[in-house]
Design a protein around this ligand. Structure first.
Ligand code: SF4
Ligand code: SF4
Length: 191
């Protein structure tokens, strides 16, 4: 009996120092706060299906970058034969392109690395008719849907491989390579 009384006294002392009802209020407030923060985070990520719902000129920088499927087709060299208007695509990739990895070997410094590497911007999008018909920027500029293999839809960059630069068995540009020996049959515009 004396022990029970001592225990009750200890409990009362503990509760007086740290009232349990305050603990439960704090506990509830913590979870309400967590829910609000989660909702804000969920709403601040790139908009769902932004590639379908937002015009190109309204994309954030993050969304603009995500639109590129990293197919690498725009990193293949093209040549204009003699005086003709036709521009031919070759399977010779830019010397900076990392064929093994499947992406630009120095993306942050690409403009300093390679003269002629062009930045795709919304202001110049209409000039980029040389981009492949599968290029996400060209597709969206022409108000067409992205293909099912685009990473934004498939959820994996692996789906791009058979539709991108690798389907042409690319080689890297070098002093020993004559571009005319590597022309792909199709002229640009048909690829
Ligand atoms: S062709 Fe278009 S989608 Fe493909 S890597 Fe170039 S910019 Fe990106
Ligand atoms: S520098 Fe990089 S992004 Fe530019 S063409 Fe070469 S491989 Fe492509």
């Amino acid at each position: 009996m004396a022990r029970a009384s001592a225990f009750q006294a200890e409990c009362r002392e503990f509760e007086s120092r740290f009232p349990l009802h305050l603990f439960f209020i704090y506990h509830h407030l913590f979870f309400i706060k967590l829910t609000i923060v989660s909702t804000i985070i969920m709403n601040s990520k790139p908009s769902d299906f932004f590639w379908e719902t937002k015009p190109l000129n309204e994309l954030t920088t993050q969304e603009w970058e995500a639109l590129c499927d990293r197919c690498g087709l725009c990193c293949l060299n093209r040549i204009q034969v003699e005086e003709g208007d036709t521009i031919y695509l070759t399977r010779v990739a830019c010397r900076c392109y990392d064929i093994g990895v499947g992406q630009c070997g120095d993306y942050p410094n690409r403009f300093a690395q390679v003269e002629g590497c062009t930045q795709l911007t919304i202001e110049r999008i209409s000039e980029f008719t040389w981009l492949p018909e599968t290029c996400a920027y060209r597709l969206r500029f022409e108000n067409k849907p992205l293909p099912s293999w685009h990473p934004l839809i498939s959820g994996t960059p692996l789906s791009v491989r058979e539709h991108g630069i690798h389907k042409y068995d690319p080689v890297n540009e070098s002093d020993n390579i004559d571009l005319e020996d590597y022309v792909i049959d199709e002229g640009v515009g048909d690829w």
